[in-house]
Structures are given as C-alpha cells and as structure tokens.
Design a protein around this ligand. Structure first.
Ligand code: GLV
Ligand code: MN
Ligand code: MN
Length: 438
C-alpha cells in the first residue's frame, strides 16, 4: 500500500464523531512492514525445519523460547508478560481502566507447519500496539496481546485448549490429564514451560475482554484468486473431532491363523474406508480427515494389537455436521470384525457467525486504507471460536499463496502481511479509544 493511498484515506477523515480517531491518530501510519516481517522471520528460526517450515509443538521447549522472545519484545515496549494456568501467554499494555481489549492468536505449529499460521496474528498484534504507542495514543482500556495454548491440537488433542479454558467452554481439570504420544501430560508440559521461563508471572485464569480481534492467514486460495489483500471473516465452520481406539490381539505373523487373528490394523483400515463411504459428499462440502494413525506394536512380524486413529469432521451447516457426526461411531462399530472399538468424541463445535458490528469495523478500516476486501467463512478453526461466546469478536484474513498451509511451504506476501497489520492496528486503536459498545 502506498503512502498516497494512506494520504488519500486521511483526507476522508476530517470530520469524526468524538470517539473515533482523527486521521493523524490512525496507527496504520506507524505500522512497519520491515519490523513486522523481520519479527516473523526471527520467530520462524525457533523450531525451524530443514525444509523452511516450523515445528513448534505446544508447550515444547521451542514454544517456551517463542514466548521468551515475545516477552523480550514486549518488555522493550513496556508490556508485562504473564501466563495463566492453562498456559495462555499475555503481554499487557497497562492503560485506562476496565475490561481489556485482546488480540492475538497462537505460537504453536503443526509438526511440518509454516511460518505464518498463528504467529502472524500474535506478531501483528504486537506491531499494532507498537504503532499505537508511536502514534501517542493513550488507550481508554488495557490492551492485551495473547498467544493461546495449543491451538493446533497436534501434540495434545483436541486443539484450541487454552482458548477453550479461558472462554469457559472447557474446565482446566479436563485438559490437564491429556497426554501426548510420548505419554507426557498437559499438566507436566505446563510445569516444564513455567520452569523454562521463571520470570513470567502467573495471572488468574479467564476473564471477559471488552472485545477480541484475531488476524490470521486465510489458509485457503480465495483471497489470492480475487487479488484481495483483506478477508473479513463472517464466521467459522463447525468441526467435530474423535479419537477411535481399536483393540485386537498381538500374534505371530507366520504362525497365527486367519481365524485366530484379531488384527487391529485390518479392522481400523476397514473403519476408515467405511467412514469415507458414509461421509462421502460429491459436492466436497463435507471435510473428513484421518490425520493420525498409531499402530501398536508397529512391528513387521506382529499382528497389530491396537490402533488409535483421529477423525476430523467439518461442515458449514451445523445441523448437517451433527447428522454426519452421529454416523461415525456406528460406522466404526459395523466394521470392527473380531476387534473391539471405542469411539470418543473429543470436541463438537458448531458453525458460528461473528457480530455484524465488529465485521463492519474491519470493513470500514480497510476502506479507509483503500484496501480491497471481501467477506468469507473460515473453513479452518481458530481460537476466536472460544472468545466469540464471551465478548464481541472478529477475525481478519490475509492471503495464503496457493492456499498452501499446514505445510512448510506456507507463504504470504510481505505487502499483504503489512496490509493486514494496518487494518488490525486501526481497528484495535478504535476499540481501545471507544467509549461505547464494541
Ligand atoms: C486449525 O489449525 C485447524 O485445524 O483448523
Ligand atoms: Mn492457526
Ligand atoms: Mn493451524
């Protein structure tokens, strides 16, 4: 975006209602593309993979290092770092009074994740705060930058644990015993993270923000195809997740007869095929994924005694999603053969729509900056899902090259990251200065 565009936008802003910002108070003028992208690339070194991506599992040493870097950047801006009992990390700009304005996303990644998913929203919020400070704004309320614990759900399932506990949708006691594949519990991993960063104080769990705004990469191709830098997220499609445990019996690959075998792997693959059949949707609206498949003992000459696999099921129509969700357990049971199967539903989130007033704020900010925008539904899940029930919430997207994501090749053009951070900064400034309802 050029200076001319910003100057043009400024001339539109001569007459303002009292609680809106004058053009010379818009922090987008102070957003720095170089600083924003520089920080993103510095963060991408933590957990960097050889193929140019990031492996920063929730509550890992890398996740703690990412928080330490955020705390260091925050300290230079006078922001105080804290963490709650669910492992959510905050940088607070102490200002004004009342409920805080909150913005952020997550710092954890998929095992072969990219450099932008989640982290863009956290670093864009930091950029927005720095731009507000450089503009000389004195917010009417505290502003908090947040990195929610375990959005991705790849180490501990299901994802969005920290945001769900903060928002009250899940109890802390419910997530603490969840174990990763190595048998380490969330409780133990939280303790390791706290031990790695002893300087970060603990804060009370939960709260009710004044408002929440999350910036994120689109993770789909729509914005790029439309040559549109800004997505105004209308809502998030529903998602149900399951863990399926198939129990058979270990046996010798050479000596056991077919009649004797209780092969958990054969049963599990039959279940996956059965699920693919019953959930098949010619229109490709239903999304069904088995992304994890753990075989025990996973030895070439032993009939598998146990398989645990995941089911991730999504659909924008909540009623249809619930109908499909109810088919999962019966389909697995019908394909179990001589094995036992246990189907546990880990999460069941309906589709949601963000409030129109919050979306209108994003649209107005993009218009003021001369940035093209379009409304779109998020097909991916986000932490904002769990803020939506407790405060006015919104999300904005920036394009993802070729829609590639959950992939080391994930990429967003620096100019688009900058555009997203500019819109975020102006909307956060408006909300921080606003006297009324968000
Ligand atoms: C979030 O990463 C999701 O799986 O939608
Ligand atoms: Mn994400
Ligand atoms: Mn993700």
């Amino acid at each position: 975006m050029s200076a001319a565009v910003l100057a043009g936008a400024s001339s539109l802003m001569t007459e303002q209602p009292s609680n809106e910002l004058r053009s010379n108070e818009l922090p987008s003028r102070r957003v720095s593309q170089q600083r924003l992208v520089g920080r993103l690339m510095e963060m991408a070194r933590i957990g960097a993979t050889v193929s140019g991506g990031v492996d920063r599992a929730a509550l890992s040493a890398e996740d703690a290092a990412a928080q330490a870097l955020m705390a260091q950047w925050g300290a230079s801006l006078g922001l105080r770092a804290t963490r709650d009992a669910a492992g959510n990390f905050f940088l607070r700009w102490e200002a004004g009074a009342g409920a805080p304005l909150v913005s952020g996303s997550h710092l954890d990644s998929q095992p072969t994740g990219g450099r932008y998913d989640g982290v863009f929203g956290v670093i864009a919020a930091l950029e927005a705060v720095q731009a507000m400070q450089e503009t000389g704004l004195a917010p009417r309320r505290p502003v908090e930058i947040v990195a929610w614990m375990n959005e991705e759900g790849s180490r501990f399932a299901p994802g969005m644990m920290g945001a769900a506990v903060y928002g009250g949708a899940r109890a802390l006691a419910d997530i603490l015993p969840v174990r990763d594949q190595a048998g380490i519990s969330v409780e133990a991993a939280l303790a390791s993270t706290a031990a790695a960063l002893p300087g970060i104080a603990t804060r009370p769990l939960g709260g009710t923000p004044y408002a929440y705004v999350e910036a994120h990469i689109e993770q789909g191709p729509e914005l790029e195809r439309a040559h549109c830098p800004i997505g105004i997220v209308s809502g998030i499609q529903g998602k149900h997740t399951f863990r399926v445990t198939v129990r058979g019996e270990a046996a010798h690959a050479g000596t056991s007869t077919r009649a004797e075998r209780r092969d958990a792997l054969l049963a599990a693959t039959a279940m996956v095929q059965a699920l693919a059949r019953v959930l098949h949707d010619e229109a490709d609206v239903t999304k069904f994924t088995v992304g994890r498949f753990d075989v025990t003992p996973s030895a070439p000459s032993v009939v598998a005694s146990q398989v645990i696999f995941s089911v991730d099921l999504r659909h924008p129509d909540s009623q249809e999603l619930r109908r499909l969700s109810a088919l999962v357990a019966p389909a697995c049971e019908a394909a179990a053969g001589p094995c036992e199967v246990e189907v546990s539903r880990l999460s069941a989130a309906d589709s949601l729509a963000f409030p129109a007033a919050m979306r209108a704020r994003l649209r107005a900010a993009a218009d003021r900056l001369g940035l093209a925008h379009r409304d779109l539904l998020s097909a991916a899940g986000h932490d904002a899902r769990y803020l939506h029930p407790i405060c006015p919430s919104a999300m904005l997207f920036v394009p993802s090259r070729d829609g590639v994501t959950h992939n080391e090749a994930e990429f967003t053009e620096p100019a688009d990251l900058y555009a997203g951070a500019c819109v975020l900064a102006d909307v956060l400034a408006e909300l921080a200065m606003s006297t009324g309802q968000p």
